[in-house]
Write a new protein. Structure first.
Length: 128
């Protein structure tokens, strides 16, 4: 069993070096006992954007706060809280923060594909 609140991730374990204006909190990862998937929380500050990515696996995104824009295959989609997105295998994609408030979303990927988590200590597993 693993339970953590987004606000309980220790400061030193928040990845702030992935991209300027973007932070990643690792909520559920293989290191905490997840057998198949990892759950991360991304937050983009004003003007923040993710890298342009393309993976050989699907992943899911759920928007929690703020406004954003997603570019997939050169098409733009506006995003707002409660939007759920399936990014299919090999779809080129990028996220942008728009407006005044931070843009926050959950991203779920298969175990073993998130290399960015190795840049921070993951020693904060919480038991429920």
């Amino acid at each position: 069993m693993h339970k953590i609140n987004i606000d309980e991730v220790p400061e030193e374990s928040i990845n702030r070096v992935y991209m300027r204006g973007v932070s990643i909190k690792y909520l559920i990862v293989e290191e905490f006992g997840a057998p198949n998937f990892e759950m991360r929380y991304f937050e983009l500050q004003k003007g923040g954007k993710t890298s342009i990515d393309q993976h050989n696996y699907e992943h899911e995104v759920f928007v929690l706060r703020g406004k954003g824009k997603m570019v997939v295959k050169d098409k733009e989609f506006l995003l707002r809280p409660n939007d759920a997105i399936l990014i299919e295998s090999n779809e080129s994609h990028q996220f942008y923060q728009i407006g005044e408030d931070p843009f926050g979303f959950i991203c779920i990927v298969p175990n073993g594909v998130s290399r960015s988590k190795y840049k921070v200590p993951l020693n904060y597993k919480k038991e429920g």
